[in-house]
Write a protein that binds this ligand. Sequence first.
Ligand code: ADP
Ligand code: MG
Length: 644
Amino acid sequence: MEKMKFKAESQRLLDMMINSIYTNREIFMRELISNASDAIDKRYYKEAEDGCTGKSRDDYEIRIAADKDARTLTISDNGIGMSKEELENNLGIIANSGSLKFKAENSESMKDVDVIGQFGVGFYSAFMVAKKIQVISKTYGSDQAYIWESEGAEGFTIDKAERANIGTDIIIYLRDDTEDDKYSEFLEEFRIRGIIKRYSDYIRYPIVMNVTKERQKPASEEEMNADDYKPEYETYTEDEKLNSMVPLWKMQKSEITEEQYSDFYKKTYMAWSNPLKVVHTNVEGVISYDALLFVPSEVPYNYYNKDFKPGLQLYSNGVLIMDKCEDLLPSYFGFISGLVDSPDLSLNISREMLQQDRQLRAIAQRLEKKLLQTFEEMRDKEREKYEKFFDNFGIQLKYGVYDKFGADKDKLKDLLLYYSSTTDNMTTLKDYVSRMTEDQKYIYYAAGESKGKIKMMPQMDFFEDKGYEVLYCTDNIDEFAFMAMREYDGKEFKNISDKDLGFEKTEEEVKAQADKNEAAKNTLDAIKDALGNKVSSVILSTRLKNHPVCFATSDGVSIEMEKILKAQAAMSGNKELSGVEADKVLELNGDLPFFDAIKKAVEAGDSDKVSDYANLLYDQALVLEGMPVEDPLAFGERICKLMK
Ligand code: ADP
Ligand code: MG
């Protein structure tokens, strides 16, 4: 019997396998079971080709046997088998293994064994747990079986052997247990069950194991009625199928009930409530895949935690190859759970290669499109449901608009909803624009902490009078998203606090306004002097009706944005952000009596009084904007002074 050496590449991978302190060792079973399933596929088609009819898939099986005394785990199949040459060639080299190629090109990262974590390297992965492997195989169309044997690095031997039927046994001699590594776990029934459920549940041939069970010994009626009757138990063994075989996503949509979807969703993705929406697609063509996606009806409990990992499960032909594949979804759909199964993806690819995988990218693009379509449809046909969805996840879409310098804004802009001053329900931008009055140039919005607070903003009266609808922006991201969008349907966005609201004014109006300002000039100047740098200017308002005071800001940073940036600066310690300030213009209502009071104080040269009044007005404007009063003590004192 001659001893053969592994090919150089295989040798390298083997060393890596043997020496890896590998956390995901269990995947070796997935690899061997997948090989068995592939081998059965090959035989099934071969027999069909050869005109051997009458056989069904049920005639094939994959069998697992654990022998605790011998410390062996055997995986058998009645698939196509391997000839002597095939044993030598297929198990002696690694056939185009993607992982290995990747590894070979990046030998520096060879130590980073986790790269193979998610993606197996096929047969060799068994050396992570085995000190010796025997493969006994008889190939289709041959009478002679062969045994391949290897203890790893040393090479392998091939010899004649006995095997009754066509097929293959892979016998793994588990390594000895050590303090840290308990290889014998792979002999435990519950562990084997667990691994198969996790990775190989949807292999389409039965994975069978002879399991030991316990049952009550049968007893006669008489015995059972006796006072001292104690049931006796006996053990027996029975073949049990460990996999469910048909994946839900491979079934006909028409055959699946809503309940089945919900059960699957809750069980697989640990959700408490039924999904809000299920998207199930089977695509066949240049690239084929099945996808089963779930939109949660609630925000996942850990969604805003660091430990929340977005991503879809990735299957290759029913075999799980990755649990959280982030590349399958754009980040703004990170709340969606589900899976993709594609026969076009190879098992043997590393995570790094997967990221660049063209097929994967093509699938991701289609999923994105499909989801966008789904939400558009929901928006138009199931509005209530859509609003519920938007309540939970709309903010993610807004981030999506803002993210990547607005690269995705056109895909998402029509999915956004806002409350507004003239509608009870949320509105789309499209509907807003359709309601715009003829003379309205901008899409107006107001930013604040809550709907209630926005409604009370002094600036709002004016828009009500004008009959202009105002969108309510209560999410921090809102204004930034508008900035990223810049315009919708050719209409720019305008904060109702903007200094320039862009109204057309008649010549008379302009003149009347100028005259008014001129008449009030001394008073306004005195107030500006009293406030110094706190405001950039003080003017008479054209938009205030019942309220005495408000701030206006010029293009760029609004007061709400200043608040948000300051809060972010405080959290992140970013000094640059804390320096960002809105350019505040103090607008006063010259038609209210308080203005005369200041005017009189200015005329009387009572600079203390002017300063107090000016500061009180300024503080009032701050409070109305939901900003903290800068000096609460001084504020209190001024109020008390007034009361005297
Ligand atoms: P891959 O499955 O990606 O080809 P593997 O290392 O898992 O890589 O397997 C190498 C080759 O060994 C397979 O392509 C197949 O030809 C052969 N092989 C492995 N296991 C079996 C089996 N149970 N029955 C028949 N052939 C097998
Ligand atoms: Mg394989």
